[in-house]
Design a protein around this ligand. Sequence first.
Ligand SMILES: NC(=O)c1ccc[n+]([C@@H]2O[C@H](COP(=O)([O-])OP(=O)(O)OC[C@H]3O[C@@H](n4cnc5c(N)ncnc54)[C@H](O)[C@@H]3O)[C@@H](O)[C@H]2O)c1
Ligand SMILES: O=C(O)[C@H](O)COP(=O)(O)O
Length: 359
Amino acid sequence: MAPISIKSVLISESVDPRCRAILEENGIRVTEKQNMKKDELIAEIKDYDGLVVRSATKVTADIINAADNLKIIGRAGTGVDNVDVDAATKKGIIVMNTPSGNTISAAELTCALLMSLSRNVPQAAMSMKQGNWDRKKFMGAELFGKVLGIVGLGRIGKEVASRMQSFGMRTIGYDPITPPEVSASWGVEQMSLEQLWPQCDYITVHTPLMPSTVGLLNDETFAKCKKGVKVVNCARGGIIDEAALVRALESGQCGGAGLDVFVEEPPKERSLINHPNVISCPHLGASTKEAQARCGEDIALQIVDMVQGKKLVGAVSSTQSQFCISISNILHEDCVSIMSCQSTCLQSKKLKKISMSSF
Ligand SMILES: NC(=O)c1ccc[n+]([C@@H]2O[C@H](COP(=O)([O-])OP(=O)(O)OC[C@H]3O[C@@H](n4cnc5c(N)ncnc54)[C@H](O)[C@@H]3O)[C@@H](O)[C@H]2O)c1
Ligand SMILES: O=C(O)[C@H](O)COP(=O)(O)O
């Protein structure tokens, strides 16, 4: 790949200091400005060749169109649903993420929520702080022998499966891209969603947020589940329809929910968060020292690679953005510029035929 000149980078969120240090060691001027309003970012972005974000900065078409010099949007993390990838691609701006840096952290938080749901740990801890000693109210149920449905068998789904298998859970799942024989090799039996819903005691979602995954769990699908099913969402707000979840919790169709992510962050609508059977976190899946160090370092090194004309890692720019995201997430180690192969090899039919190792 031809080298790309990047002299200045704006970091608009709290990113590990290693990111700044690596960029500066490589002669790139770095400015850190957090909590900018949209208008401020529009005014500021003109001066930079690169922008580094996490999930809070909404890199909309307005911002991209105002970015006269921007060549790279680096997402220090996984989801790029806060970046208008198509608008960036149309302007020739490369979007990159660091999809493997926070996998373990997000998987561990998912497991923590599953365990907390089974034993009411947050509710019992709160009750203790209020001076109570209520052993009856917080009767739990073992995870051992229960069925965990994993929707989305990518990086995080796989790590959640192996951890929860060690608790004696049976793991079943669904993924349109990961081949059943691959997930079977890590102990996850794949089946259709229609087959999966009625079998699960717990369901956890690990897909990207895209049109086909919005409202994957909704009134209709909750009705197909076992009464009292417990759900976890450490992926993206909206994959479990929030209004449907409130209704399912109120009817008892859903017995509890562990939520790290919300349609609106921070959420103004409180009925879900305040429900006694909901435990929630303020989008903490990637908030560990280790994950932040990896993501900050990875995105900086990927930008330096661009400057040095090396292969692009984790690039997600394309008009076929959703498939690019899936592919680059699967193939993060070896992903050469996705821009160069857009639309030809990224049609869904062809994608299914491409084996992961062939990239
Ligand atoms: N809470 C957090 O802080 C946190 C941290 C990291 C990642 N995430 C989110 O977790 C999600 C998963 O991340 P990942 O790294 O495992 O991604 P990944 O790309 O490795 O895996 C996603 C999987 O979802 C599958 N998928 C796509 N559409 C589907 C559908 N309709 N039904 C079932 N499966 C489908 C893909 O084929 C892929 O295998 C993303 O939304 C990411 O943004 C959240
Ligand atoms: O997709 C991700 O990487 C996670 O949601 C983490 O987001 P964050 O970097 O804003 O914590």
